[in-house]
Ligand binder design. Structure first.
Ligand code: PMP
Length: 451
């Protein structure tokens, strides 16, 4: 019997040469093979239907099966299948113009293929900008612990979650980390806002101690997503922006997850007052995941430094597929639909009236804190509310598994403490129907009440 099982396993393994992302090898677990999708739902090869409660990897903002987006890609491919951005093409020009309009000021956009690349591009622009404005010593980047900014070497170096790094360190030099505005687990005391402001003070201290003449930029998400959905007081974001201005440090806003409506604003930074980041990085919701695309938008004043006549000051950076015509056409169509269907208002309203019902679970003994903005929700699970010990991995797996059994895919994330992976993530497509949202709420409630 045992030999038979072994043989079957061996045969299964032989079938697939695919190396899955983030997949711990376990011969008894077969990753779901999806075959089709419509709206917020996908089907696997056995015909089971699942509601995609994390929008793929928080990217499928408009859900599956949008014919208009598919048509935009196909038409563009027939017209001009490929063209490099060492020259120009219409979809890239139009999309760059649209992004500048949405960002609310004059921005110049460099396109790439995804979020990690968008951040790498931002780092190189920041360093070169300082070099070309008489501050060649400004090369360091500061990010916050628990932040995720990508998987490539520079972006991983800005990523400050030990578990994602320790097998690949040493990371690139020049990347520093400070405490995040994480009031639920903070060394600072006071109200949530006071704790967040102390985290901002710490950032200022770091710039002063490192020497402002050495710091190029701060990179932050408005709401840390992959590190466990951390939602700071808006005053914190405003204060960080002020500190950056004071020390002539660029502010890079990573809107890879929070961009394009996820939080109930077109961009997450728009929740704060008077913020206009120097650089904004985008991917995921820019195309709703239909094709890969990354964007790094820099304020016009920064771009000026790269185009002074007669100087060798251009940006020495190129990406073969970055800003692919079909991806840009998809991006344009995606934004057109977001605007036409008033997706941003919808997320704000339904986030408030429906999804926020999950906040009531906060009374449950294993729910330490529910954090939510728009369609981005994290539930910090604990063994015990007084000690805040993270819920064990096995119980977290049980919750995620039980939701899947009932037809709902949710995520888990965190790195609250080394080995802690205790934040449940719920981030459905922004086009989810009210019935979809009710299904999520009812399923999560019933599963959590059963632990
Ligand atoms: N920044 C943030 C905030 C992200 O969440 C991610 C991806 N999860 C990235 C950057 C990297 O994006 P990509 O996987 O497209 O390289």
């Amino acid at each position: 019997m045992k030999a038979e099982v072994e043989m079957k396993r061996g045969a299964e393994e032989k079938k697939s040469h695919l190396w899955n992302a983030m997949h711990k090898y376990n011969p008894n677990v077969k990753p779901t093979v999806a075959v089709s999708g419509e709206g917020s739902w996908f089907k696997d090869e056995e015909g089971n239907a699942y509601l995609d409660g994390v929008s793929g990897l928080w990217c499928l903002n408009l859900g599956y099966g949008r014919q208009e987006i598919v048509d935009a890609a196909a038409e563009q491919m027939m017209k001009l299948a490929y063209f490099p951005l060492t020259m120009n093409h219409q979809p890239a020009i139009q999309l760059a113009n649209k992004l500048s309009e949405l960002l609310g000021a004059a921005y110049q956009t460099f396109f790439s293929n995804g979020g990690s690349e968008a951040n790498e591009t931002a780092f190189k622009i920041a360093r070169q900008y300082h070099q070309q404005t008489g501050n060649p010593g400004k090369y360091k980047f500061i990010s916050r612990y628990r932040a995720y900014h990508g998987s490539t070497l520079g972006a991983m170096s800005a990523t400050a979650q030990a578990n994602r790094r320790f097998k690949y360190d040493p990371s690139a030099p020049g990347f520093l980390h400070v405490a995040p505005p994480y009031s639920y687990r903070s060394l600072f005391s006071g109200t949530s806002e006071e704790k967040d402001m102390r985290a901002a003070d710490e950032l200022e201290e770091m710039i002063r101690w490192e020497g402002e003449e050495t710091v190029a930029a701060v990179i932050m998400e408005p709401f840390i997503s992959g590190g466990g959905v951390i939602i700071p007081s808006m005053k914190y974001i405003e204060r960080v922006s002020e500190i950056c201005r004071k020390y002539h440090v660029l502010l890079i806003m990573d809107e890879v997850v929070s961009g394009f409506g996820r939080t109930g604003e077109m961009f997450g930074f728009k929740h704060a007052n008077g913020i206009q980041p120097d650089i904004v990085t985008m991917a995921k919701g820019l195309t709703s995941g239909y094709l890969p695309l990354g964007a790094t938008s820099v304020k016009a004043e920064i771009y000026e430094v790269f185009k002074q006549e007669g100087k060798d000051n251009h940006f020495r950076h190129v990406s073969t597929y970055g800003g692919h015509p079909a991806a840009c056409a998809v991006g344009l169509k995606n934004i057109e639909i977001i605007e036409k269907e008033k997706i941003v208002d919808r997320v704000r309203q339904l986030g408030h009236s429906r999804l926020s019902e999950l906040r009531n679970l906060q009374e449950h003994k294993h729910v330490g804190e529910v954090r939510q903005v728009g369609f981005l929700l994290g539930m910090e699970m604990v063994e015990d509310k007084s000690t805040k010990e993270p819920l064990s991995d096995s119980k977290m797996n049980e919750v995620v598994g039980a939701c899947k059994q009932k037809g709902l895919i949710i995520g888990k994330n965190g790195d609250t403490v080394p080995g802690g992976n205790n934040i449940l993530i719920i981030a459905p497509p922004l086009s989810s129907t009210e019935e979809d949202l009710d299904f999520i709420i009812e399923t999560v409630k019933s599963v959590i009440r059963s632990i």
